[in-house]
Design a protein around this ligand. Structure first.
Ligand code: ADP
Length: 193
């Protein structure tokens, strides 16, 4: 099973990806997590990505495409994977097509979680306050200023990715406004049809 989860920041991609990963026993490939790990490890890639991420903008396509190509080539991804946060631009989607074609791999589905913009900021603020309450470190980009930039990047650069897959007849849209369990069931139903 090879899936892509699309959706705005705070739409719930990460939450649903964890559930899908357990259900299908395939890894969740989150470019956001990989980039944050690179920042943490202080790699050259991470160091140049940090300021861009903190601001809420997208890191260069070349960087994320390189990271994801390497990750898809890892042994645990041969049986399938869930892409969470990638592709975020049409160029990334085109690069992914090439990576998969070279491996004779095909995507099974592209699932978009639809959530109103107004609800997103509230979710991000909630995530930040819960993290703070549990003594964790709040993500540097989970603040209203960076969030505005992330949302703008989503509408300008990532919304066209949905159109890219819709044109190819691969896009499935799920209402992401309900509870976590309701969204999980809606995704499960896509595979029962
Ligand atoms: P979100 O909650 O906004 O979906 P992520 O954890 O997926 O957050 O990503 C956090 C940040 O990492 C993004 O705002 C961006 O700077 C960078 N990033 C993650 N994935 C990509 C990508 N595919 N292309 C460019 N930048 C990315």
């Amino acid at each position: 099973m090879r899936l892509i989860l699309l959706g705005a920041p705070g739409a719930g991609k990460g939450t649903q990806a964890v559930r899908l990963k357990e259900k299908y026993k395939i890894p969740q490939l989150s470019t956001g997590d990989m980039l944050r790990a690179a920042v943490e490890a202080g790699t050259p890639e991470g160091m140049s990505a940090k300021a861009i991420m903190d601001k809420g903008s997208l890191v260069p396509d070349k960087t994320v495409v390189g990271i994801i190509a390497e990750r898809i080539a890892a042994p645990d991804a041969t049986a399938g994977f869930i892409l969470d946060g990638f592709p975020r631009t049409v160029r990334q989607a085109e690069a992914l097509d090439k990576i998969l074609a070279a491996k004779n791999m095909e995507l099974d589905a592209v699932i978009e979680l639809k959530v109103d913009d107004a609800a997103l900021l509230g979710r991000i603020a909630k995530r930040a306050s819960e993290t703070r309450a549990s003594g964790g470190t709040v993500r540097a980009d989970d603040n209203p200023e960076a969030f505005k930039v992330r949302l703008a990047a989503y509408h300008a650069q990532t919304a066209p990715v949905s159109a890219y897959y819709a044109q190819r007849g691969m896009l499935k849209t799920v209402d992401g406004m309900g509870s976590v369990d309701a969204v999980t069931s809606a995704i499960a139903q896509l595979f029962e049809r």
